[in-house]
Design a protein around this ligand. Sequence first.
Ligand code: FMN
Ligand code: SF4
Length: 432
Amino acid sequence: MSAPHHGLPRLLAGLEPGGAPMSLAAHTRIHGPLPDIAPHQLIEEVERSGLRGRGGADFPTARKLRAVAARRRVGPVLVNGSETEPASAKDRLLLARLPHLVLDGAVLAAGSVGASEVIVKVGEGAIDAAQAVSGAASVREHDRVRISVLTGPEGYVTGEESAVVHYVNAGVAKPTFVPPRPFERGIRGRPTLIQNPETLAQLALVARFGSSWYRELGTVADPGSALVTITGAVRAPGVYELAFGTPISDLLEAAGGSVEPLQALLVGGYFGTWVDALSAVGLLLAREDLRSVGCSLGSGVLIALGASACGPHESARVISYLAAQSAGQCGPCVYGLRAIADSFGALADGVAAPGERERLLRWCADVRGRGACHHPDGAVRLVESALRVFARDVEGHRRGRCDALPAGLPLGDSAVQPPGWGLTPRLREVAR
Ligand SMILES: Cc1cc2nc3c(=O)[nH]c(=O)nc-3n(C[C@H](O)[C@H](O)[C@H](O)COP(=O)(O)O)c2cc1C
Ligand code: SF4
């Protein structure tokens, strides 16, 4: 085990501003060689570390490792680098700039569950990530597993785990009905471990430096560090590595501060929750604190909405985007989300019929939990929080008042993006 570095940055250690992927030599200099750790020991260390998945579902990583390791004839480890959340940039940053850290985690995880292959899946647009991972894989002579890289279509639900498996198996990037879950029956019908790139990068460090080291940062309930993409009305949008438990106000400061007074923050990306700015800046980036206002960090995205923007209109664009992203397989998702988006749009435009808000809330309740995947659940979470946080603006719109400016929340390649809008989060790595 090489000497661990204390404090931050951890994942982003040694990352210089600018483009090239970190070489294997530089990576080994910073983190030390791949540790030789027994499978059961790695899983125990991951369990003690308290590491949880960073793809949005927040699932305990050791539990997933154990579930796959307990099975026979295990399939490839699948690195879910789809990063379909339009405002997120952390996974692409890891894959494009620190590919060896992610591959270390994938190779170690493969060893711990008895897999002999790793597949890294990224979106078609992430060419830099695909190239960096291929290049990194080609110089890793000591790995005992085969590594391949696969690109797939973009789209919000294509990153859902059963959709990734479906794509690898049959070229169709749509969720399948579960069970069986991928850990039971995944790639080529075999038990499959699927993890987010950040989860694997964290695992690579836990394997090297141990769970006690991992717990030096963060809180007891939320140990370690996290990559957060912050965008919107801040001076330096980008990807930041923070210890869990960091105040959101510190994150805003790290991102250069806000460009104007803020009215709200969207916490957790487009499956996330709007929180009014006053409540949000007093929160800590920790599960319990976030839960107290009904939100979670999700895939690690925070969007700051300036006072000059229109919460209802921004939300309407995002909800319309999410409705358009439905994979078209489940009635409540296809028709329900479309109706919800239209209803919310009418409220945002101040042209809603009497009782629209109540009808909309009823529809939200109707679609929740009614999809093969969690797409409808995430979308209605956003709708409900928008109705709560922007209630006064919605009422103002009914009376015909809105002089707000477009804030341009990013919507990927969606056709619903109006011209002139669309702020793409600039990658910015911070070594604190
Ligand atoms: C609609 C939808 C989209 C998702 N997109 C992604 C994604 O782009 N990347 C990702 O890692 N997880 C995504 N997830 C979560 C995955 O299904 C899965 O939980 C995750 O990849 C597991 O890795 P983790 O345990 O390391 O977080 C998505 C989930 C849903 C419901
Ligand atoms: S819930 Fe929606 S996105 Fe998920 S599988 Fe069904 S139709 Fe597709």
